[in-house]
Design a protein around this ligand. Sequence first.
Ligand code: NAP
Ligand code: HSE
Length: 440
Amino acid sequence: MLKTKVAIVGMGTVGTGVARLLLDHGDRTARHAGRTLWLEQVVVRDPTKPRDVDLPKGILTTDLQKVTEDQEIALAAMLVGGLEPARTMTLQLLESGKDIVTANKALLAEHGPELFDRARELGRSIAFEASVAGGIPIIAALSQCLTANQVLSLRGILNGTSNFIITKMEEQRMPYAAALAEAQRLGYAEADPSMDVDGSDAAQKLAILAHLAFGTRASWRDIPREGIQSIEEADLYYALELGYRIKLLAVAQLWPEGIELHVSPTLIKVGSPLAEVRESYNAVSVVGDAVGNLFFHGRGAGQMPTASAVVADMIDTAVGRTKITFQSLKLWSQDSSGAPLRDHSRVRSRYYLRFTVADEPGVLAQLCGALGRQGISIASVIQHEPRETGNGVQVPVVIMTHQTSEGAVVKAVAEIDRLSTVRSKSVRYRVADERSEIQL
Ligand code: NAP
Ligand code: HSE
């Protein structure tokens, strides 16, 4: 049996899962790769830490050179998170002739052009299926299986931690902080979870998907994004009352004037596939002009689902499949060109608005007036009985609008927030348009 020597760099949540698959299911990988993927070295930061996998003696090291200087190691699974030292280590591995498999979307979204250019110059490859949506094979789908299509739209729940937190808040009334702590304990969250909950992680993944789907080389920093940190239990319940669930939705949509890209908490109709994605699951709904609607659903975070994607990439790299796709992939190359980004203020949607106002005559008219001045039409209003707070009697007013532009809503809400009758900052979430599920 042929043997390809491999290394794991970083053995936390994901690296441990990869080691388990290689060591406990070597027969499986050998069957699919036609060779043994032999785990030769594992690089970590702290060699004294207890590990959840029995490693063969002598392969755990803190010295990356044990990998870079071993000419027999063909590929490395780079599973250190964050930007540095992950970037430098990846470059060192490429320079020493290793092909790379990575799950680090932050690294790709920030340094993709540099790393991909260097890999191309050196005749090496970078595989990154695990970097977006964990175990869901969405990178392979977009870069290989759907290439006969013009992708028209892509909408996804791309952060498992956020989806887990929202699910726990909605279904079990778990407080936000407790749900986040549970997501961390289960290994879903990043080492610094702020990028999970502020929409940055989903924007990084969306930038990668949009690049594959539309050729658009957008920096994730330019993608308008909002996270789940300020979602209140009240909004989850008002949304349910209206027949919707709130999800952190990433959207990439092709329009004649450019690509619409954003990440934001969005109301999605109960019963539609995206609304029913629970816990750490992710989903991506893709519309292609030939294939029509596709829906991908699976675990987007966690040890074994992510390891599943990493090991599949290791097998593809070992047998030479990755090299072929990597060379034809124009990802982050100088000659990649795609549609420009659409002016965000012109993006149209329905909106959910919640205002907390004084219980006084004329207040509802003030809200309606401000919306009307921006040409915003109201679809429905919920106003429950007022409640006494330390700050006087306050009334929550929830308004669902008809389709309008982001720019108009921003102006109207800013005007409303300046009213003396408004008691706290207003809440504004998009409502997903069910019609955009089918574009053909
Ligand atoms: P993690 O649990 O924090 O593990 C990171 C690993 O990197 C640890 O083993 C750590 O070593 C090692 N490391 C850090 N700095 C190092 C250094 N200077 N030299 C050598 N090793 C170093 O992270 P993770 O959750 O496995 O995530 C790894 C990557 O996969 C991240 O980019 C993440 O975004 C991505 N990802 C994660 C998931 C998930 O569900 N967790 C899913 C998809 C993608 P020690 O163990 O010695 O501290
Ligand atoms: N922290 C990420 C998430 C891991 O929660 O989705 C998967 O990329």
